[in-house]
Design a protein around this ligand. Structure first.
Ligand code: FAD
Length: 314
């Protein structure tokens, strides 16, 4: 019930200023983000890999203001991919990229072809570095105004880098159809519920409707020829996914589960111990504000803890 107001509040500059004064080491931030530096991200990743988990690393940043910031984010990805390679982690670790962090929303005046073209060229550079290191890229999905553009960029990228992963959000009414389009051989698709505040015209707003949409989408993806990446912490949906996978004769390793860093870590290890591939999404970097607010909005029980952190600034 608190989700929409919290997401709306997170757009206030005053709230952003106040929250951003929290150190990344404060319990509330550190619970979701292992650190701001590449080093901290790689150390957290190595520990997860040692525990039998796979990882996708997200260099935090969204809605950047100019092409220079976009280039800096690309450089951060190329750097972390290099580190994955030199630490021998590239086989178990891929990267997740938000197109808005690498230029998608920049205006037409930002360069020939505008923001979309800049984001595509930047994404190509990250995909090239990933392929050279022996790993892959997944394009995160942002709010519904970006879905068409993101899927168009994905289509272009997949011509040269067919291993590039997509994300679809069960909350959107269009997603079952998008799943049908993307459930083909070689296509990696992460299915999540969707973390953004969306209007009823394009999205299911009741939890039960999002959950039933998730199950319909799961069926399409698990029956299809691609590689489904089942991103949820919801115990019912995890059980349903396992049941459908068994019903359609999917072997372990032909799909994977994904969860966020810091959320249900014991369940991550339990599932991995049953032989499932479990990938943990590890976000890192200085620009953690938007990510943190979406996580808090998902779990309003965190709110009193959050307010206490702000008051004590620890
Ligand atoms: C690997 C991964 C990648 C994602 N990528 C995207 C993306 O690209 N685009 C996008 O829009 N969304 C993305 N999401 C977020 C997703 O859309 C949901 O907002 C989020 O996963 C919460 O939904 P849920 O399926 O876990 O179900 P919920 O019903 O929200 O949660 C189920 C249970 O999980 C636990 N839980 C869930 N969230 C939290 C939390 N923040 N803190 C503590 N406990 C929690 C609680 O026990 C809760 O009862 C991603 C999620 C994952 C796991």
């Amino acid at each position: 019930m608190l989700r929409q107001p919290l997401l709306a509040l997170s757009r206030s500059e005053q709230v952003k200023k106040l929250v951003s004064t929290l150190p990344v080491s404060s319990d509330i931030v550190a619970g979701y983000v292992p650190g701001e530096t590449t080093r901290e991200a790689i150390d957290a990743t190595a520990a997860l890999v040692d525990a039998g988990l796979a990882v996708t690393l997200d260099h935090l940043g969204e809605d950047i203001a100019d092409a220079e910031q976009a280039s800096a984010n690309v450089a951060a990805y190329v750097e972390v991919i290099g580190q994955l390679s030199s630490r021998g982690l590239a086989r178990r670790v891929e990267v997740s990229v938000k197109l808005s962090a690498i230029g998608q929303a920049l205006p037409d005046s930002a360069g020939p072809g505008g923001g979309e073209k800049i984001a595509l060229e930047n994404a190509r550079e990250i995909c090239r570095a990933a392929r050279n290191a022996g790993t892959t890229v997944t394009l995160d999905m942002e709010d519904h105004t970006t879905t068409d553009s993101t899927l168009a960029i994905l289509g272009e990228l997949r011509q040269d880098f067919p291993e590039t992963g997509a994300v679809l959000q069960a909350a959107l009414r269009r997603t079952e159809d998008d799943c049908r389009r993307l459930a083909h051989m070689g296509s990696r698709v992460r299915l999540c519920k969707g973390a953004y505040e969306e209007p009823e015209s394009v999205a299911f707003t009741e939890k039960i409707d999002v959950d039933t949409s998730y199950v319909r989408c799961l069926k399409v993806l698990l029956h299809g020829g691609g590689y489904p990446m089942i991103a949820t912490h919801d115990p019912r949906l995890i059980a349903i996914a396992s049941t459908i996978a068994a019903e359609v004769g999917r072997e372990q390793g032909t799909y994977e589960f994904q969860m966020l860093y810091g959320v249900r870590p014991e369940e991550q290890k339990r599932l991995a111990a049953t032989g499932e591939t479990v990938r943990v999404y590890v976000p890192y970097g200085k620009d953690w504000y938007g990510y943190l607010m979406r996580r808090l909005a998902e779990r309003p029980q965190n709110l009193s803890f959050f307010v206490k952190s702000l008051v004590s600034k620890k």
